[in-house]
Write a protein that binds this ligand. Structure first.
Ligand code: TYD
Length: 132
């Protein structure tokens, strides 16, 4: 079993270039309520949290970065380096994002609005939560 669930995003590219279209409840398995993007990261690792309910899809639009996913039992990692691949991150997955390339632009799609109460930012608290 792997925690890495990659979505092939529909690419309508032709001789003029690439065109990826993303729709809620189509290639993305939830309704998108929020998106945010991370860039100019200065190669500072980030994440270091899990969400209680939130689901996300991460798409590296430019450059590359590494996701380490952890469900408290298993850890898997993947280098995201394609704007046509989405990494599905289910709830209760601890995530760390590292090795940002200087040009990395990372887009995150989420199924809920921002809610600090949905975050678990302490790793031991995360382990306690997934073991109950
Ligand atoms: P944070 O969750 O620490 O980012 P990361 O998971 O990449 O380490 O978020 C950084 C700041 O941005 C924090 O003050 C909360 C704020 N923020 C929002 O207001 N809305 C959002 O949708 C997100 C993702 C963060």
């Amino acid at each position: 079993m792997s925690l890495i669930q990659l979505i092939d995003l529909p690419n309508f590219g032709d001789q003029r270039g690439e065109l990826v279209a993303i729709e809620s409840n189509q290639s993305i398995p939830f309704e998108i309520k929020r998106l945010y993007y991370i860039f100019k990261t200065k190669n500072q690792s980030r994440g270091f949290h899990a969400h209680i309910n939130l689901k996300q899809v991460a798409i590296c639009l430019k450059g590359s970065c590494r996701f380490v996913l952890d469900n408290g039992h298993l850890k898997d990692e993947i280098l995201l380096a394609s704007p046509t691949k989405g990494l599905l991150i289910e709830s209760l997955i601890w995530r760390e994002i590292r090795d940002f390339s200087d040009d990395c632009v990372l887009l995150i799609l989420a199924n809920e609005h921002y809610n600090e109460n949905d975050y678990i930012r302490n790793y031991q608290a995360f382990l306690n939560k997934v073991s109950t």
